[in-house]
Ligand binder design. Structure first.
Ligand code: SF4
Ligand code: SF4
Length: 91
């Protein structure tokens, strides 16, 4: 088992309409997985978007803790006897 495969798996959901594109989360992610979208939201901001084709997000919550508007929800997969289940850990 590699160190990489032993890390937790996660993903984030960003409220695209509430994001103001401040980029605090984009500079915080240790894997550089958050980027601003090309399109604009209704408020005229380019919202942050998760770009994670290889599933590298660990659900560390750093991005959610950094967001001043609390518009990032972090989901982390936790192992249980019944299998893997998503766990909402921050919003
Ligand atoms: S939870 Fe952690 S690894 Fe996942 S996008 Fe946010 S900062 Fe990056
Ligand atoms: S920190 Fe929050 S408001 Fe700022 S770009 Fe990221 S998700 Fe949007």
């Amino acid at each position: 088992m590699t160190r990489r495969s032993s890390l937790a798996k996660g993903r984030i959901v960003i409220d695209q309409e509430m994001c103001k594109g401040c980029e605090l989360c984009t500079t915080t992610c240790p894997y550089d997985l958050i980027h601003l979208a090309e399109q604009y939201n209704a408020k005229g901001y380019r919202p942050a978007t998760l770009v994670d084709p290889d599933g590298r997000c660990t659900g560390c919550t750093l991005c959610a803790m950094m967001c001043p508007d609390a518009v990032i929800t972090v989901l982390r997969h936790v192992k249980s006897r019944a299998g893997s289940a998503p766990l909402a850990v921050a919003a």
